[in-house]
Ligand binder design. Structure first.
Ligand code: GCU
Length: 608
């Protein structure tokens, strides 16, 4: 179960009563970094289990007893049969995908068991939680031989309360992580990115007081540049408390009282320097209750739309962006660290960007906090990608859960301005209903941000002129339209870009959320030679000329910053299982087209 911020009080009340007995995924604790924590990162013992013999018997019934790997059972005598042993089964790094840590696991899809032993001296009158940044795709979690619960979705965090289960010595935390793809999952079976499996983000033990500050939102009210509007939610027995929100640098110090459900909504005026890419001002915000306190670095900015304009701090802005996959720069595999984020956003800054589209799933929290610090506006997306099972209620609930977890984690990040609910999904009534619900979910969960989706438009031809029509019905419900086009690569020729016009049925801003073509770094030829840097360079020159002619264009995120692994790219000697549409190679080498886009963005920064 995942809980969106709207129905938190009830769920928390139930859990703060029940939490000490039956464990399950609990609502996310905001700002894990700002708490007292113990990292469980490092080398974990693993068992690769392609046939799930650690979970199922030969009749595919759930295994109980010593044969189940989560019991970490050791044979008690020389004659006792035990056919697994974490201690002699090898190790993998956590965080980290398993695919790039062992050649034998590069293409592996299935289960891997992880075990981490630890001692833990628990503080008195404290509660303990274990927090996972993410694990792809299904995670089944056990502590000391008992099930804690499971989580579905490879790109969002999850937490379990272990207060009554953790012991001073000899704890063993066991996960079965399975990245097998399935039609009813989100994403579904076909994607153009590598299905990295494993515990891909940090694992942390979090210690908090018996009644603690579960979550809070401290942001500017929609449409205001002075009024802070937010809420705070306590978790625990002592629900009615005095709480204070202090912003020392702004001379703001406000006190409020939580209600019987441990919740308070507040609003107050403050004189703030607004956050922007040019001036990413973050304030130290001190949030305290009678029993707990947490500090966060928060920026304040307003984001809205007006006709075809996107307004940042009430001024029109052009989003000079680039797409990024969560691939580690220079070493491949899943990115997860501050260093990874600093390098990737550093390259985007070098390009002249003020915006990035984090494709096609929620990236790690370090990326969002780095975007806050470096001044990079962010589009975040849930992996509703291509052909999802639109009629399947579980698939819809799964997509809603992932969106809810994304919002719960990042709703205090100034950099984050757009939630995207889909990428290149075929128009149908079922799809429209599905996306319509996700759009509503995003707006009701967080009315302060914009909602978009990467759509695909229709084209008509008149003589040699192409007209692209943005008329997808779902755009009606979006704040900002995104559109992916590959004119000059998958369709038509580069020259056709010079005679292509765009029309939109909607009085809304457009972000060209994807365009581009492949080039292998160092491969040279004329502008007609596929996969040469010159082809990609020419493609960008003609794309940019066309984009400049679109009157309602308010942003661009070319596909893509860096070459990334994809199982769909098999061309030997050129692709070798990499999508080569990056402007930077997977070794950090800049291609010619990088300079073309950089030049445009520098011009655009001067004359938006
Ligand atoms: C698609 C898709 C991307 C993909 C890209 C490509 O439009 O959204 O995920 O990688 O095009 O084909 O390179």
């Amino acid at each position: 179960m995942t809980t969106s911020t709207r129905c938190l009080p009830l769920a928390l009340f139930a859990l703060s009563i029940a939490g000490r007995s039956a464990a399950q995924v609990v609502p996310l604790i905001a700002n894990i970094e700002g708490r007292s924590t113990t990292s469980l990162n490092g080398q974990w013992q693993v068992i690769v289990d392609p046939y799930d013999v650690g979970a199922l018997d030969y009749r595919a019934h759930a295994l109980k007893g010593n044969g189940a790997f989560y019991t970490n059972y050791k044979s008690q005598s020389k004659s006792e049969l035990v056919e697994y042993d974490f201690d002699t089964s090898g190790r993998l790094n956590v965080p980290g995908d398993w695919n790039t840590q062992r050649d034998s696991l590069l293409f592996y899809e299935g289960s891997v068991w992880y075990k981490r032993s630890f001692n833990y001296s628990k503080g008195t009158k404290k509660r303990t939680f274990v927090h996972f940044g993410a694990a792809n795709y299904m995670a089944y979690v056990y502590l000391n031989g008992e099930e804690l619960g499971q989580h579905e979705g490879g790109f969002t965090p999850f937490t379990f309360e272990i207060t009554d289960r953790v012991r001073a010595e000899g704890n063993f935390l066991v996960l079965r992580v399975n990245n097998t793809r399935s039609k009813d999952y989100v994403p579904t079976v076909s994607t153009d990115w590598w299905n990295y499996g494993g515990i891909t983000r940090p694992v942390t033990l979090v210690e908090v007081p018996e009644t603690f500050i579960q979550d809070y939102s401290v942001q500017l009210e929609k449409g205001s540049t002075r009024q802070i509007k937010g809420w705070l939610q306590l978790n625990g027995q002592q629900r009615q408390q005095k709480v204070t929100i202090r912003i020392p640098e702004a001379g703001s110090n406000k006190t409020f009282q939580t209600d019987a459900a441990g919740r308070v909504e507040f609003s107050f005026d403050a004189d703030l320097t607004l956050w922007s890419p040019e001036n990413p001002k973050l304030y130290r915000v001190e949030i305290a209750s009678e029993t707990d306190q947490v500090t966060d670095q928060i920026g304040f900015r307003s984001i809205s739309v007006q006709g075809t304009e996107i307004l940042l701090n009430e001024k029109p802005v052009f989003l000079r962006g680039i797409n990024i996959h969560e691939e580690a720069p220079l070493r491949s595999g899943r990115a997860w660290s501050e260093d990874d984020a600093r390098i990737l956003l550093g390259w985007a800054k070098e390009l002249g960007c003020n915006f990035v589209r984090l494709a096609h799933y929620p990236h790690n929290e370090a990326m969002l906090r780095m975007a806050d610090q470096m001044g990079m506006l962010v589009w975040e997306e849930v992996p509703v990608y291509w052909t999802i099972e639109w009629e399947n209620p579980n698939t819809l609930q799964n997509a809603k859960n992932q969106l809810g977890e994304l919002i719960a984690r990042d709703h205090n990040r100034a950099a984050l301005i757009i939630y995207s609910v889909a990428n290149e999904t075929p128009i149908s009534d079922a799809r429209n209903r599905f996306l319509g619900q996700l759009i509503q979910e995003a707006h009701s969960n967080d009315p302060t941000r914009l909602v978009s989706a990467a759509l695909q438009a229709e084209e008509t031809k008149n003589g040699n002129r192409l007209t692209i029509h943005i008329n997808d019905p779902i755009a009606n419900e979006l704040d900002v339209m995104g559109n992916n086009e590959y004119i000059g690569w998958y369709v038509h020729n580069i020259a056709d870009l010079d005679s292509t016009d765009w029309v939109s049925k909607y009085d809304k801003p457009l972000i060209m959320s994807e365009f581009g073509g492949d080039a292998q770094f160092g491969k040279h030829g004329d502008a007609q030679t596929r996969f040469s840097e010159e082809y990609q360079e020419s493609l960008y020159e003609h794309q940019i000329a066309m984009l400049k002619r679109i009157s309602f264009l308010r942003g661009t995120t070319p596909w893509i910053l860096m070459d990334f692994r994809s199982p769909r790219r098999t061309l030997p000697g050129i692709e070798d299982y990499f999508n080569r549409k990056g402007l930077v190679s997977d070794h950090g080498e800049k291609k010619k087209a990088f300079l073309v886009l950089q030049q445009w963005y520098r011009e655009k920064a001067k004359n938006p």
